[in-house]
Design a protein around this ligand. Structure first.
Ligand code: G3P
Ligand code: CA
Length: 244
């Protein structure tokens, strides 16, 4: 089964990283919600992509400089507030899994504490572009599955070794940027290399129908998308075709 991972929720249709976007994503058939986390000044994991409020809310200032109560005053679009990780867990419980991307470098401890307290450890993947963050997550709580996001420009590096070195469970190639045909980049040899080393494979977000049709044919565990409705439809058609 390929996870339909709603990138920042159903972000093509709703304000990104809001409860509204996550609820809509579930309605559209997402099986996992991707979200970004920064810590507030008073150590609450807040679900927001940028380190500051200005692009996605009507506020200004750094998340790290503001308390939960201060952050909650701002509108994150259509009256939504910046959610806490706890609030997204409540929305997801028993319905979908979460893919938590650590943006704030100081977030691992509080994210682990939140997941432990919520008894949600086996319902998440925690990933980052900074491999030492998933490494820290594994050290703090080995049950949590982790992922390393790999940029296109790092392709020459031995990213399998890199992912294994930090004990991660998934490699997450982010290589459609700079390529019009990302499916051609995940060759059978590269996939086999991931698989032989016991790694899962997740893909960076994609919204073009033709490209998604090619990506769902690959040996991958999940695809991020801003349009979970489109990906649902394409996965279903592929399953009907292959009878799987
Ligand atoms: O699909 C991975 C993606 O979420 C990472 O980039 O910028 O959307 O957080 P970004
Ligand atoms: Ca992200």
């Amino acid at each position: 089964m390929i996870h339909n991972i709603a990138h920042r929720g159903a972000s093509a249709y709703e304000p990104e990283n809001t409860l509204r976007a996550f609820e809509r994503a579930i309605e559209m058939g997402a099986t996992m919600l991707e979200l970004d986390v920064h810590l507030s000044r008073d150590d609450h994991p807040m679900v927001i992509h940028d380190a500051d409020l200005s692009r996605t809310t009507n506020g200004t200032g750094q998340i790290a400089d503001l308390s939960l109560a201060q952050i909650k005053r701002f509108d994150a679009g259509l009256g939504e507030r910046v959610p806490t990780l706890d609030e997204v867990i409540d929305l997801a419980r028993g319905r979908v899994k979460l893919y938590i991307e650590l943006k704030g470098q100081d977030a691992p401890e509080q994210v682990v504490k939140t997941l432990q307290k919520a008894d949600f450890l086996d319902q998440v993947i925690v990933g980052s572009f900074y491999p030492w963050l998933p490494q820290k997550i594994k050290f703090l709580e080995p049950v949590i599955r982790t992922s390393v996001l790999i940029r296109l420009e790092d392709r020459q590096a031995d990213f399998v070794a890199w992912t294994l070195a930090v004990g991660a469970d998934y490699a997450h190639p982010c290589w459609e940027r700079g390529s019009n045909t990302p499916h051609e980049l995940l060759t059978p040899a590269i996939s086999a290399n991931f698989r032989q080393n016991g790694l899962g494979i997740l893909l960076w977000h994609e919204e073009r129908p033709a490209e998604l049709c090619e990506l769902v044919k690959l040996d991958v565990d999940g695809i991020c998308t801003d349009k979970p409705d489109l990906l649902s439809e394409i996965i279903q058609k592929e399953q009907e075709k292959t009878g799987i």
